[in-house]
Design a binder for this molecule. Sequence first.
Ligand code: PLP
Length: 496
Amino acid sequence: MTRMPGDESVVHGSKAPLRGLPSVDALLRSTPIASLVERHGHTLVATEARRLIDRLRQRLRDGEPIPASSLAPAALAEELASECARRLAPTMRRVINLTGTVIHTNLGRALLSDAMMAEAQALMTAPNNLEFDLDDGGRGDRDTLIEPLLCELTGAEAATVVNNNAAGVLLTVAALARGREVIVSRGELVEIGGAFRIPDVMASAGATLIEVGTTNRTHAADYRRAITERTALVMKVHPSNYAIEGFTAAVDEAELASIAHGAGVPLATDLGSGALIDLAVHGLPREPLPQQSLAHGCDVVTFSGDKLLGGPQAGLIVGSRETIARIRKHPMKRALRMSKLPLAVLSATLRLYLCPEKLAERLPTLRLLTRPHAAIAETARALRPLVAEALQPPSPADPRMPPAYDVEVTALNSQIGSGSLPLERLPSCGLAIRPCDGSGRALDALVHALRALPTPVIGRIDRQALLLDLRCLEDPRAFSEQLPRLRQQLYGPKRP
Ligand SMILES: *Cc1c(COP(=O)(O)O)cnc(C)c1O
């Protein structure tokens, strides 16, 4: 049996190793644990107590010396309380998005406002008229909660919504073209991300994809030649996250609509992001609008709820009365329908578009996209000295200390994100942080420490520098308040 120096009461693995380890029952009966049970109930505390005792038993069996003080009721209670808190903490956490990508798919896309959430909160904590007609007392349809407004905003005859735009495209193809052919230009056979690839969507919807044209150039004659009696749909897909430049040609929607309609076939457009207002009004790059696609003669247009629209995850499908009716009747519609929570938020989002002059104030996504450069630059200038100070090692002469960082205000370019105009950039400002010794290790340590903050901070790496684009940091305190913690993370004693 070995003894740790200076520790008189070591419990150590041996033939009788488990003496000193309380039973789960005894642990649960002990006074400090009783208050934990009072707070969380028996089930969670007992489960965690069992796991804690199991872990300790295993460590003892493995011959690990454990100070008897760690096995005292108060110590076990503290350990158990923090385990319970850890189990009860949400796994989805707030983060601070300093990547410069405003609509960041990995960080939850569009942000919702307090007002939108307050409205949804009131609706979700009580029964509501989700599928109940308040005029005649009969059964209602959830689509009617948003259809009239969506039609008014886009000029469509009819509209429906599903869980997300991928579902919208899948349902559209399944409803209009199952067992038949869909014609798509080779330049538009894109992968949006994850498993959403146009050829795979066609296959899962049970349609046969007919590719026309080439990657860079597709002409009207290509479409005309491909249309046969087996054709059910012509489809245009917004290439979203990539751009074809140089020697290119594509057939515009109006011409394509007339080709399709000439053969008695509908035209569908998947816009992806899709904006409901002309973004140029706000000094932003133009993004195609569903109302334009419809005006060009598209029979159905699909787009996302949580990209430029600025709302919850949703797939919006707008178009002619006849095509929307076929889509709505398809059995998959029921499987892909929107739940009441995002539907309430979508309704709140769409009503914001009734006051377009107020939109940049009330719609967080647009507010961030149009945030004045001067305000972003001011945030950068205010934060720079605070960050520089936090990153200064406690004792620069100490060779064991990681090197210091150089922090400077720098011009940056934000991007809209989520596949909107991948080549367009929004002038922004932020901090560039470089390890003074240029080491990748120091950069990794910083990136890691920022991610380990109570509210993790996510930036981007570019050529050995960490860039923090401050466009989306409207309240700098959310970051500055965490700087002492960042400093501790980087230079403080490592936690066991
Ligand atoms: C983003 C996107 C989709 C998928 O939309 P989700 O709402 O994420 O399901 C489909 N098509 C295009 C062109 C897109 O840009």
